[in-house]
Write a protein that binds this ligand. Sequence first.
Ligand code: PLP
Length: 432
Amino acid sequence: MNYYSTNHNTPDVTLDLAVNQGLAADRGLFMPERIVPMPESFFKEIDGMNFQEISFEVAKHFFGEDIPEYTLQKIVFNTLSFDTPLVSVSKDIYSLELFHGPTAAFKDVGARFMARLLSHFLGKEKKMVHVLVATSGDTGSAVANGFLGVPGIKVHVLYPKGKVSEIQEMQFTTLGQNITALEVEGTFDDCQALVKSAFMDDVLKKQITITSANSINVARFLPQAFYYFNAWAKLEDKSREVVFSVPSGNFGNLTAGLFAKKMGLPIHKFIAANNLNDIVFQYLKTGVYSPRPSVSTIANAMDVGDPSNFARILDLYKNDHSAIAADMVGTTYNDEQIRETLLAVFQQTGYLLDPHGAVGYRALQELLKDGETGIFLETAHPAKFTDTVEPIVGKGNVPMPQKLQNFMKGTKQTIQLSSDYSAFRAYLNELD
Ligand SMILES: *Cc1c(COP(=O)(O)O)cnc(C)c1O
């Protein structure tokens, strides 16, 4: 299947190229040329299938023409070595726990899938591919762990020195093998600028093969549809209307849900749950999309002022605001409301939300109608945000899962770098 650009100003490309390029040549985002609905028989059998089996069936509809079935099965099964359980939290409200992967955030799904797909496309080629990724925290850990040990690929994580949490830093600086962490004297924007400069450096691109594992990559984005189907499979009462509440930043997660709906999954509505960065909420209200600089919140993975996947949503709905607003409602909460919800849910139900999941939960609490079932995406484990969560619920109430504790035992290894491109260029020069 071919992939077109949302800007429609460049020829369609194969999956291989779409994954390798990340962004289309005209700066648009890649979209599959067709969305193939799942057959009725799939929905009849879904109850008896596990997460891997469900995902493999869905994956065939995306990638089946481009990857041999046996290989695709291996990629899907290896990617999903963990489950996404559906946990009842309160009346009619469920948490879809997406934090059971290696770095305890939903980005593990897309990052692990992309690593394996890229490795497949490299095939027997002897060339080494260098993945450059700038991170403010979560993306670096998911990408580094997703690509860890994958042959033919080296990952270079650029992060701002002193500006990520300790657990986040340990998740990508202690791995060794094919992962190198570059500690940049500067901000996240400086890191991103260094990566961008490398991609514009034609001389460099003749020397080494570089690619990006940014979340706009179709190989990271499409697999996120898998767990919407898994959530549906696990619902006992499928006769009620289902509302998904998605804590959103760049809107990759929510857009993958829209794909699931287009493939026939009976989702009644989506809630675009925003923190104070409520650009999409405003768009849904007014029909006007006005990006603006992001503001910092305690749900910081959602601090996005110009959500990159919004272009995909517009494309899916052919720019029809009323069609979008028919499938999606928005909400926005400030830090005080997020704290209040996190504490109230913990006290009343014993369930510990993370700040992002708290936004999703509150949206259901306020918007769910009688007779509807609400599912919010719990996008990360609360222990990833201990500094925020512990002061809210009290000391000793945020247990750290073993897999996160293990990262803390490792030894941090980084290469120090100034924010000047010539230093980064010199580093890249040594690679082959
Ligand atoms: C990345 C992230 C989000 C935002 O997801 P998008 O797909 O960018 O909307 C929400 N919560 C957590 C914990 C994240 O890491």
